[in-house]
Ligand binder design. Structure first.
Ligand SMILES: O=C1O[C@H](COP(=O)(O)O)[C@@H](O)[C@H](O)[C@H]1O
Length: 276
């Protein structure tokens, strides 16, 4: 059946879109994707440095806590970071750390010393500075890789969850933080969504990762998904400063994980993986 609003979709270079019929299928495929990247990273570098986000994506990580992954993955080589955090206490309902701890980290044997949460006892400005400092130390000893083309950290995987407005991490549409080129981690005090104060990776860090996954679920994401993946030229209909649209891996690969609702305006065949 013809859909009036259908977008003809051609994936951009180094990107792939995966659309799933059910949450279970998405969780299973995401777990397989993460597990493969972690195995390759541990084999090639001796470590797996992964940055997490908040949002619905965390609920999909539960699959990694089940067989076979809970037994087969080399959890001792995992190093955990956050692409963004809200400036609240770690036991606050809005904390991305709390969400991830309860839904994932508490159920797998990752050493506590490998979990790099963002300081909730400092001002947002200091917490951002501290987090960047920690990442710089870990890049020096190569626990986190380094991108030869950008000199930024090269995380093995950055997992992002896109909000209905197209934001990823705590980078919001039209926000000046989108223009930062030299900082690795920054802070904002005016998030359009509560809580207002947040710490976030900058775009150069996100784009320098070896692998980036963006998860988007639900029909409130349809428009943002369409704008983010559309190949059209930016103009009145396609905003240039939509954060999810600005995710372009420099040397890595981007995979979108969409449910049917979020993908409903794209012309992709369900279940098919589209690769450029
Ligand atoms: O504020 C945030 O939101 C996004 C996801 O948005 P949602 O509407 O899908 O919940 C999340 O990726 C980000 O880490 C978080 O801080």
């Amino acid at each position: 059946m013809e859909r009036e609003s259908a977008t003809t979709y051609e994936p951009k270079r180094n990107s792939e879109i995966r659309v799933f019929e059910s949450s279970d299928e998405m969780a299973t495929d995401l777990a397989e994707y993460i597990s493969q990247i972690s195995e390759i990273s541990v084999k090639e570098r001796g470590y797996f440095a992964i940055a997490l986000s908040g949002g619905p994506l965390v609920s999909f990580l539960g699959k990694l806590c089940e067989a076979p992954y809970n037994k087969t993955l080399d959890w001792s080589k995992w190093y955990i970071f956050w692409s963004d955090e809200r400036a609240v206490a770690k036991n606050h309902a809005d904390s991305n750390y709390k969400l991830t701890k309860e839904g994932f980290l508490a159920k797998v044997p990752i050493p506590n010393g490998h979990v790099y949460s963002i300081n909730d006892n400092a001002t947002v400005e200091d917490a951002a500075t501290d987090y960047e400092f920690v990442i710089r130390q870990l890049v020096k000893v190569r626990t986190i890789g380094v991108s030869e083309s950008t000199d930024c950290p090269k995380f093995d995987l950055i997992l992002l969850d896109m909000g209905p407005d197209g934001h990823v991490a705590s980078l919001f549409p039209n926000h000046p933080a989108l223009e930062l080129n030299d900082d690795w981690v920054t802070y904002i005090t005016d998030s359009p969504q509560p809580p207002p104060e947040r710490i976030t990776f900058t775009l150069p860090v996100i784009n320098s990762a070896s692998n980036i996954a963006i998860v988007a679920t639900g029909d409130d994401k349809v428009k943002a998904v369409n704008l983010a993946v559309s190949d059209g030229t930016e103009g009145p209909d396609i905003p240039a400063s939509l954060p999810a649209r600005m995710v372009h891996p420099t040397d890595g690969k981007l995979v979108w994980f969409l449910d049917k609702a979020a993908a409903s305006s794209l012309e992709v065949e369900n279940g098919e993986h589209h690769e450029y």
